[in-house]
Design a protein around this ligand. Structure first.
Ligand SMILES: NC(=O)c1ccc[n+]([C@@H]2O[C@H](COP(=O)([O-])OP(=O)(O)OC[C@H]3O[C@@H](n4cnc5c(N)ncnc54)[C@H](OP(=O)(O)O)[C@@H]3O)[C@@H](O)[C@H]2O)c1
Length: 308
């Protein structure tokens, strides 16, 4: 509260793995170096033992001094050790390299998606300008702008789910969800879709997954990224983003509106809604509901629109 807040340095898992592997590597190389020095000293010692001290002087298999064999065997063991350090045990191994490559590809895909979504937003803006222009010149507007709306119920600590389930049951909230989304496209992540016993009636479900052959019941649309999901709903005047956590996090940048049910309680959860940035969003309505026989918690229906 007072004075400067201490920042705790954090180190990510990959960096830690890298440091540990580097330490292991240093040890491996040190051991190899020690082996090399021991081989040199040992060889000199064997030569002296035989030639100066005369130990085993008579033992000359195939006419060659025994210490020559001993040194060759030792050299062979050293070469094996060398091979093990530099060929068998590469720095981080093939699996690690593959994992890093996959991560890089995923990051680039996400970057591409963001760029595509940026383009889509620009297209929306251009369309909107065109609509305004057409209205001014009394021409019929060609395309209507869609109002991409996030609908969510979140606790005071932004909790939205636990174990791929909702945490509370508030019948009025479910009614509101039903009324608002009725007849519209509902965009969701694969996990949220799988949390439903069956698709909801009278709504077009758009499910986002990275899986290429994801099987769904007839009528459900499957896409592989958020951009395609928004595109698939472009003829709907108000498509809804209905969750879960991963999808909300990505979609909040592109949404025009948030229909939030704020449950006035703190819950343990594993999925959270991102913080609503007050500089970007304006609250335009707020209705409070008391706790009653059908509702275990107090809650409020809030509507936010993006500041323009
Ligand atoms: N309180 C509320 O209003 C509310 C609303 C909805 C959901 N929830 C809760 O939220 C939880 C589920 O949320 P969640 O975050 O775990 O999962 P989620 O967002 O529903 O789905 C995540 C999945 O979506 C796919 N995905 C995400 N981003 C993608 C992208 N950019 N491209 C392609 N596919 C992408 C991936 O599917 P694949 O793994 O198949 O690739 C990912 O595993 C549940 O507990 C649910 O009950 C709460």
């Amino acid at each position: 509260m007072f004075g400067k807040k201490k920042t705790i340095p954090t180190i990510d898992k990959d960096q830690l793995e890298l440091i540990e592997a580097a330490q292991k590597r240093i040890k491996q190389k040190k051991r190899l170096y020690t082996h090399f020095v021991t081989l040199l000293i040992g060889s000199v010692f064997l030569i002296i033992t035989n030639t100066v001290l005369g130990i085993g002087k008579e033992f000359n298999p195939f006419g060659v001094n025994w210490f020559v064999y001993a040194i060759f065997i030792w050299l062979f063991i050293f070469i094996f050790h060398f091979f093990n350090v530099f060929v068998n045990h590469k720095f981080m191994g093939k699996d690690w390299e593959k994992k890093q490559l996959d991560k890089l590809v995923l990051k680039q895909q996400e970057q591409l998606e963001k760029l595509k979504l940026g383009l889509l937003n620009n297209e929306h803006a251009v369309t909107e300008t065109k609509v305004n222009k057409d209205q001014k010149t009394d021409k019929k507007p060609k395309i209507k702008k869609t109002e991409l709306t996030i609908i969510v119920a979140a606790a005071e600590n932004d909790a939205i789910g636990l174990g791929n389930k909702l945490i509370w049951h508030l019948s009025d909230d479910l009614k509101r969800f039903k009324n608002l989304t009725n007849g519209h496209h509902i965009i969701m992540g694969r996990k949220t879709f799988e949390s439903f016993p069956k698709p909801l009636p009278n709504r077009t479900h758009i499910v986002i997954t990275r899986q290429k052959n994801y099987i769904v019941p007839e009528g459900v649309v499957v896409v592989n990224n958020l951009h395609d999901a928004i595109d698939a709903a472009k003829n709907d005047s108000q498509p809804f983003i209905i969750g879960g956590g991963e999808i909300y996090k990505q979609a909040i940048t592109f949404a025009d509106k948030i229909e939030l049910t704020r449950v006035h309680h703190h819950f343990e959860a594993d999925t959270f809604f991102p913080e609503i940035d007050a500089t970007l969003w304006k609250e335009i309505s707020n209705t409070f509901h008391k706790k009653d026989a059908n509702h275990d918690y107090e809650f409020s229906f809030l509507t936010y629109i993006k500041n323009t």
